[in-house]
Design a protein. Structure first.
Length: 698
């Protein structure tokens, strides 16, 4: 039974139990509607308490129902039904009262919360907006600005802030069950009647605040529609009589519900949860983690060490010598101080972590207590060899030995030890204490428990782990190499890097490929090309311009110059007026024909290359499913979340269309542009990447 009705004297207890998160599914809505009617008719029940079993109050509408025909009773009607009962109803809130869950609570007449409860309207993060009265009740209750902040920010507030705003009336200092019953008794004894948010007057308008917010949202969520529609709904609605205010909200909500952005964002939500569900790891226990070792305290190692400390692990970081160890320790302290400044931890936590949980040394023996060690030294096989040979000597039996290599063969690294079954790849992204993605790579002999431990570490750090097969670049960097080659070929043929960056940021990428190069450093690409030079095919197109820029010392941001120029006037970079001339000259010298590229062609070539290689990555098992590719590209490569990832985007764009584009580009270069067999099969058979996610055979 999802919803139960019971009596505790003259108090009705309406219990909701719909695991895992009490989502407002059709069953819950219908059960709750019936229980509310029963309370209304139950003459001797004077107050009702709505309460939820399990880990949370209702965490929102059931988003697995989105995109399917809506089934009555509808959430807005249920909220109104609660609100119009002529006897007090208390919502007793714990866990996360989110979205439609918070809207149900706003329909109740009184709200009491446990001290650790959280509240939010995250609908915009799913491409919709509050659709059950949230845009109208919340501003009336807490005021315009705080309501707009919650509705457009999509974040959560804690119980103390909710009390301060008047969103809840009381906080239960101890047991919520007991406190809600006392509250009911208090209401009965004091003769309190029902209250309704919709009866409150609309808050005063502030055009300046609204216009400022609109401008910020348009900039921050470039390309997305939900945030601006949500502001419209609040403002338009508050100017209308309450029933019309609610009706226009519903209209805008349904419009967003039917948008491709909603379907992309819901896909991203479920895909991020599905990546951890791997049949090969079902029932496999991860090893316990108390202490983590890190070898190499450069860019990545310090970030990984900080992420470990922030996740409550003891961390031992080993560097080459004591000077390097001292520098690395300072870098870790700096990251933790940054976390304290952002309010993630307190300054005291920062000091406690550094003094009690962290050790930085040049002595490898210190790693003997680590349950898992992540190697993050230079990307050179001979250095990795030294490190893994040393780890083999000192690590305790059963410790997982992980490499953070970007491209190297994890099998070869595993063979550098006498315990290849304990070796995995853990490919973090920079900055490692912030980026949520980790690719977890198994080598041929890796034991499932070692892989499960990699997933366990990611969970502990609050990161998203994606299983990736062992190949050059794994999932993300392998696909990146391919679409980057498509971009470089366009530059060789006449496009400007700025034009490419502009077209792709307009498409929605956080950054274009050349701004990314500058951030990472042009040395990285150069060294990778050097490493791969022996295997280069005679028809591979070499981005000579990138090599020249490297040779000129234009290494990117760190050098003040790369594709862009960085200085005090433009710390984020400005275009170099001389670059186009430099490129034209280089093309002439190399005997290359120049031509003009339009924005549409740039995006089409870039995306076709990405989807094509992604299809190969899925076909050869490097990614378990298309959704794993989407999660990698969304969380590691700045792919616009509201487009759902390249595989979702490809399905939406039409696979046949992408195949036709590739065939068209192949007329000019049939070495690079070869249709991936999986893509071709799906396009020919009318299949989709989404179908593969569900287990369909191609
Ligand atoms: N509908 C359906 N399923 C949901 C769900 C929802 N609203 N929220 C979570 N789930 C599912 C997850 O898919 C997951 O399923 P799985 O175990 O099969 O993978 C399971 O519940 C547990 O979720 P998490 O792994 O995310 O658990 P956490 O404990 O880490 O987080 C949470 C819990 C904070 C509630 C988080 O799940 C969350 O943020 N959920 C989404 C909340 C949300 O966006 N609500 C608004 C929905 S839109 C809406 O309400 C429209 C309304 O205005 C009309
Ligand atoms: P880095 O050059 O910033 O740091 C490497 C560190 O390793 C240096 O501090 C060096 O002193 C130390 N080191 C070298 N040999 C050592 C040894 N024998 N024992 C202990 N310490 C030693 O390099 P970065 O960028 O941190 O990269 C490290 C690894 O992570 C590489 O394999 C790289 O491919 C990978 N990676 C890098 C990413 C990035 O964005 N920088 C992203 C993901 C992976």
């Amino acid at each position: 039974m999802t919803v139960t009705y019971a009596r505790d004297g003259d108090v009705a207890i309406i219990g909701i139990d719909n695991p895992p998160v009490n989502a407002a599914s059709v069953g819950l809505r219908s059960g709750l509607g019936q229980a509310i009617d029963r309370f209304a008719d139950d003459a001797s029940a004077r107050v009702a308490i709505l309460e939820c079993a399990g880990r949370t109050w209702i965490a929102g509408a059931d988003i697995s129902e989105f995109g399917k025909p809506a089934q009555p009773p509808y959430l807005p009607d249920l909220v109104s039904a609660i609100e119009t009962v002529p006897k007090p109803i208390i919502a007793a809130l714990h866990g996360t009262a989110l979205g439609g869950g918070l809207e149900i609570a706003l329909g109740a007449h009184y709200r009491i919360a446990s001290g650790d409860a959280q509240f939010g309207l995250p609908e915009v993060t799913l491409g919709v907006m509050p659709g059950a009265g949230g845009t109208q009740r919340l501003p009336r209750l807490v005021g315009l600005e705080p309501a707009l902040e919650m509705i457009t920010g999509g974040g959560r507030i804690d119980a103390a802030r909710a009390l301060e705003l008047g969103l809840v009336d009381r906080i239960a200092t101890d047991d919520l069950n007991a406190a809600s019953r006392q509250y009911a008794r208090f209401l009965i004894d004091s003769g309190a009647g029902p209250r309704s948010c919709m009866q409150l007057p609309p808050p005063p308008m502030n055009d300046e605040v609204v216009e400022g917010l609109r401008a910020r949202m348009a900039q921050k969520h470039r390309g997305q529609i939900a945030h601006l529609r949500a502001i419209d709904a609040v403002i338009d609605g508050l100017k209308l009589p309450s029933d019309q205010g609610l009706a226009q909200e519903r209209e805008k909500f349904l419009e967003l519900m039917n948008s491709p952005q909603r379907s992309a964002l819901i896909h991203a939500f479920f895909a991020e949860r599905a990546v951890a569900r791997l049949p090969e790891l079902a029932g496999v226990a991860a090893r316990d983690l108390a202490a983590m070792g890190v070898v190499g305290g450069g860019t990545m190692g310090t970030g990984i060490a900080a992420a470990g400390l922030l996740a409550g692990l003891a961390v031992i970081l080993v560097e080459r010598d004591e000077t390097a160890a001292g520098k690395a320790a300072n870098a870790v302290a700096h990251i933790l101080q940054g976390a304290a400044k952002r309010g993630k931890i307190t300054t005291t936590d920062c000091e406690t972590l550094m003094s009690g949980m962290f050790r930085c040394t040049s002595d490898y023996n210190a790693l003997s207590t680590a349950d898992l060690v992540v190697e993050a030294v230079f990307e050179k096989p001979e250095v990795k060899q030294q490190v893994f040979a040393a780890l083999d000597q000192v690590a305790k039996p059963g410790a997982v030995l992980a490499t953070n290599t970007s491209y190297l063969d994890v099998n070869r690294i595993a063979q550098m030890t006498g315990r290849p079954s304990d070796v995995i790849g853990l490919h973090f992204f920079s900055p490692a204490h912030i980026m949520r993605l980790i690719e977890v790579i198994g080598a041929d002999k890796t034991r499932p428990e070692a892989l499960a431990t990699g997933f366990g570490l990611a969970r502990r750090m609050g990161k998203i782990a994606v299983r990736a097969g062992n190949c050059d670049g794994f999932i993300g960097n392998r696909i990146l190499t391919h679409y980057r080659a498509a971009a470089d070929a366009m530059v060789l043929d006449g496009a400007s890097p700025y034009q490419i960056d502009r077209a792709l940021t307009k498409f929605g990428f956080a950054m274009g490929p050349y701004a990314v190069s500058d951030l990472a450093g042009l040395d990285i690409g150069f060294l990778t090309r050097q490493r791969k030079a022996p295997d280069r095919h005679p028809r591979d197109r070499v981005p000579v311009f990138a090599d020249r820029l490297y040779e000129m010392g234009r290494l990117g941001r760190k050098a003040g110059r790369g594709y862009y120029i960085y200085d005090d006037a433009d710390p984020n970079g400005r275009e170099d007026p001389e670059l186009d001339g430099f490129l034209s000259q280089l093309r002439r010298q190399s005997g290359l024909q120049q031509r003009v590229f339009g924005e549409e062609e740039i995006v089409s070539r870039y995306m076709a290359a990405m989807v094509n290689e992604a299809a190969r990555v899925v076909a050869d098992g490097t990614a378990s499913r298309p959704l794993d590719v989407d999660v990698v590209m969304l969380n590691g490569y700045g792919f616009p979340r509201w487009r759902g990832g390249p595989m979702h985007w490809a399905d939406e764009s039409g696979l046949a269309q992408i195949v036709a584009s590739i065939r068209n580009y192949a007329r000019q270069d049939d070495h690079f542009w070869q249709v991936a067999p999986l893509l071709e099969t799906l396009a020919d058979s009318g299949g989709s990447f989404a179908g593969l996610n569900k287990g369909d055979k191609p």
